[in-house]
Write a protein that binds this ligand. Structure first.
Ligand SMILES: [Zn+2]
Ligand SMILES: [Zn+2]
Length: 466
């Protein structure tokens, strides 16, 4: 059997994760996709979502997902729209997250297309969503969930899949694939996105000891993002904001970040390190995702029960109540999304709060170039919202210690657990500089010989006649 791999995304960039694994027996060819993500961010990357994939969707037998983030799962409904009818395998929590996140993604696609058509951006070519909520409904029945650490035999024994906890978001996994040739068995490991060590909510990334082929992410391949004490930093910002007598608005991703913040706020309140003020979670997706944690007690460290509830905390579900928060002037905390201030309910809070000197905006985590969050982080004094120039007179703070990605030292710690260098190592899911930096470190400091940063659409023959 011949085994090859094609890099259909996350090559020299962090989005669009898709790896096409082809097992060629003389008689038959099997095609498997590991991850099926959307390209996001810069326009030149997003346009790739509209280009046809170099495959026949109906011929792909399996899709294996590392986790539910849109840059790893968001192309699935399009693949189904194009004819894919195979099995989609992921962990139990990922399956639950998928329906929430992909329906939201489809709704966003539909709204963007409708907006473009209304504005007449593309008069001659009406804008079309990449997929719709109906495509997602067609896709969801194909999803099968698999427990962590439980090997599953696929393709009549040619492939064995095992998910290992990656500690990145709820349900995230490292994918181990054992390929059974006529004479040899080979082990392929896809790191997916790796989480951090000693996170209070999620487990450490599972150590992996052996691989013939390794794909490892490199988001922070060139820098350490460890903050001494994220809890104390958060307490500092909260106290400073509340001392001003105003409202603290926290922009946080709905998946993962919102729950980590709630965990810390609950702890800080219980320990009396921040004052008792009303806390509003104004993020419909954040609320639905928080509800998933008790349903998956083995996928995180918090166990059973209402882990995010505390006195004074309120989940805001109704749009009316969300708008009502605009009238609040006294000390309060509002957690809302999107995390980079590009859409969602956070936008009306910003419109309302940015001009108020007594209020504070806290940005949590990475703010991508071109986003409103990045402009605010950079200290711009006006931002455009709802067609108006809004003056920024509130305090703007930024905390970086809550990243969901392993930093450079943590990547090396995880990589250091391999007993021997893999035969092939591919550095993926990183901008060119961090990917190359990690490759150099592995070559020079660890003595790993075959380390490659693959190109977009590159095909690699991994094994011949095994
Ligand atoms: Zn991710
Ligand atoms: Zn990712």
């Amino acid at each position: 059997m011949d085994v090859s791999l094609q890099f259909l995304g996350a090559a020299h960039c962090v989005t669009g994760s898709k790896y096409l694994l082809t097992l060629d027996d003389q008689a038959t060819r099997h095609q498997v996709l590991v991850d099926c993500g959307l390209f996001q961010g810069l326009k030149e990357l997003r346009l790739r979502n509209r280009e046809p994939l170099p495959l026949t969707a109906a011929a792909v037998e399996l899709v294996i997902l590392t986790h539910a983030h849109i840059d790893h799962s968001g192309y699935l409904p399009k693949l189904v729209r194009d004819g894919f009818r195979g099995r989609i395998l992921c962990t139990e929590a990922t399956a639950d997250l998928l329906s929430i996140m992909l329906l939201d993604s489809a709704k966003l696609q539909e709204e963007e297309a409708a907006f473009a058509n209304k504005k007449g951006y593309s008069k001659h070519h009406p804008a079309e969503p990449l997929y719709t909520q109906i495509d997602v409904e067609h896709m969801l029945p194909l999803v099968e969930s698999v427990a962590y650490d439980a090997p599953v035999t696929l393709l009549n024994g040619l492939l064995t899949l095992t998910f290992r906890d990656a500690g990145h978001i709820l349900g995230s996994a490292i994918v181990e694939l054992a390929v059974q040739g006529a004479q040899q068995r080979k082990q392929l490991v896809f790191s997916g996105d790796l989480g951090r060590y000693d996170n209070p909510v999620l487990f450490d990334p599972t150590p992996i000891a052996q691989a013939d082929v390794l794909l490892v992410e490199s988001t922070y391949g060139d820098r350490d993002a460890r903050v001494e004490d994220p809890e104390a930093e958060l307490a500092g910002v909260v106290n400073e904001a509340l001392d001003r007598g105003g409202v603290l608005v926290i922009a946080a991703f709905a998946v993962g970040r919102t729950q980590t913040l709630l965990y810390y706020l609950k702890k800080l309140l219980a320990e009396g390190r921040v004052p008792q003020v009303p806390v509003y979670v104004d993020s419909p997706m954040g609320i639905r995702v928080s509800d998933l944690y008790p349903r998956h007690p083995t996928a995180h460290r918090l166990g059973h029960g209402n882990m995010f509830d505390f006195p004074g905390m309120r989940f805001v579900t109704e749009a009316q109540e969300s708008k009502g928060l605009n009238a609040k002037t006294g000390p309060a905390i509002i957690i809302s999304s999107s995390g980079m201030c590009t859409g969602g309910r956070i936008v009306h809070h910003l419109f309302n709060r940015l001009p108020r000197p007594q209020d504070t905006l806290l940005l949590v985590g990475y703010q991508a170039e071109g986003t409103r969050g990045r402009r605010l982080q950079n200290g711009e004094t006006t931002v455009k919202m709802f067609g108006e120039l809004v003056p920024v007179r509130c305090q703007v703070r930024h905390l970086d210690g809550f990243s969901a990605h392993a930093d450079r030292s943590e990547l090396l710690r995880w990589l250091g657990q391999f007993q021997a260098p893999p035969k092939h190592t591919f550095i993926v899911h990183g901008e060119p500089a961090p990917a190359e930096a990690l490759a150099q470190t592995l070559r020079q400091e660890q003595g790993w010989l075959n380390v490659v940063v693959p190109d977009y659409l590159e095909v690699k023959m991994l094994f011949e006649s095994i």
